[in-house]
Design a protein around this ligand. Sequence first.
Ligand code: C2E
Ligand code: CA
Ligand code: CA
Length: 488
Amino acid sequence: MISGISKRKVLLTLGGVIVIGVTSFEVTLYTYSTLFKQNFQSAFHKGFQQQLNDTSQRIITLSSDLSVCDKDAIVRLRDEEFFDLNSRLIGWLEDNRQACTSRPGYSHVIIEKPNILNRYIYEEDIELDVISLLDGRSQLMLTKKIGDKRWFSLLEPWTLYFSAHDCQNCASVSIGKQPGHPVGFYLGDIPVSFKFNIKTIHNFYAKHAFILSVVSICFYIFVLSYIVIWRKNQHQSPQNRLKLAIHNHEIVPHFQLIVDSRDNKRQHCEVLARWTHGQGIMMPNVFIPLAESTGYIDLITVSLLNQTRIMVKENNTICQEIIFSFNLTPSQLERPEFVQELLDFCHPSPPFKLAFEITEREPFQDPKKARLVMQKLSQLGVLFELDDAGTGYGSFSYIQELGFDILKIDKMFVDTIMSNNIKINVLDGIIEFGHTANITMIAEGVEYEEQADYLRKKGVFLHQGYYYSKPLNQKAFLNKLSTTELVN
Ligand code: C2E
Ligand code: CA
Ligand code: CA
């Protein structure tokens, strides 16, 4: 159950981290590539207009200088001034379909097979053609008629280079009807599509996307932890919180020594439940009533028994002589499943000297049945103590019928010892009864030497109280057992 819950939480966290991480990574990339594309489009548009204007201007300049296709003209056409990254070829076509360019091979191709895919009239005397070359590549050709000559320039807008970034951020542009390319915008009616290398964008923006993903994952973990803690603290019912605490072993035993005041020997100790959570400790009066009303008290008792068994096993030398007594309510002894658990625990004999304290504050519904259970456990060596004697339903016959071995005199009577309280007579009466019934007595809540002296004089030798020791956690209890000093 517990491992199931934590497994679910782990899977939920892992799944969430992966989903949020991947999603934010993708969202960031998508956002950046969209921005990148928009910027690229407008830069391309601007750059291309500029290129058309420049080329047109160059043609005008050349046309005023050149009229005959001679050696000088070819040198002039090769001039760096007219040749740049985006303008591969410049020259003119003559009426006889000859060309005058810096690179005759190219002119030949153009003249032989000018397969025009698209035509765009840029200005009145300027045409822009998307042509297909013999090698299958398409290219852009600007033509402008000046006098009897048709000037042309092969443009190279395929690669736009942004000087702001290194060449990692180059992107290619296709002009024409290229299948499979999303159309970015139209130049006239010629579709211009952009082909982005997603890896380029990815590499460039991966750092941003990664940072955003990490931030998102942290945020997700924060929100998830908050929800988990909030659910744990706010939404779980007190019952569920108690159940979880039992499973998580947050309910631990504390031990209070019971001392023989004649020789200061530690004979007994009472096992008292404590709920540890974080640094704090919750006292039993806060959660025992809830545990009793929900039935979880059975789980608590079994857990305390087991924890004590382990402690005794690991520290047998100092623990073996001690009788450990556990609190039981009468109703617990009337639940068959719980009784069976006790019988199993004590079979074939209890793993340590064991006693059960049964409070007198609550009555048994069926004393005869209880008597049988107590008998079975007694036969296995378990002792029974009547807790809070004098405060409830107990009577001479009740105590004798049920067969208690020990009677624990409640603190409220011990408290009367140093006062003028008339109830001291009640204490004397209980002690008297104990002697008559020949039953061992333990006095609870002994806080002062005078109380210890009074009880000793009255023949009550076993004392439990802060005068001797407070309830201690396991470590402190084991420490105390290995020392000889008794009185605090
Ligand atoms: P209780 O059975 O009467 O236990 C004795 C209580 O008196 C303990 O309180 C103990 O710490 C306290 N006490 C002992 N000596 C002195 C002293 O000198 N002065 C004062 N002021 N108090 C002293 P604690 O541990 O708070 O337990 C309260 C009650 O919770 C117990 O009363 C018992 O009824 C119940 N309880 C504790 N653990 C369990 C458990 O495992 N099962 C059940 N059913 N009830 C438990
Ligand atoms: Ca008790
Ligand atoms: Ca008591």
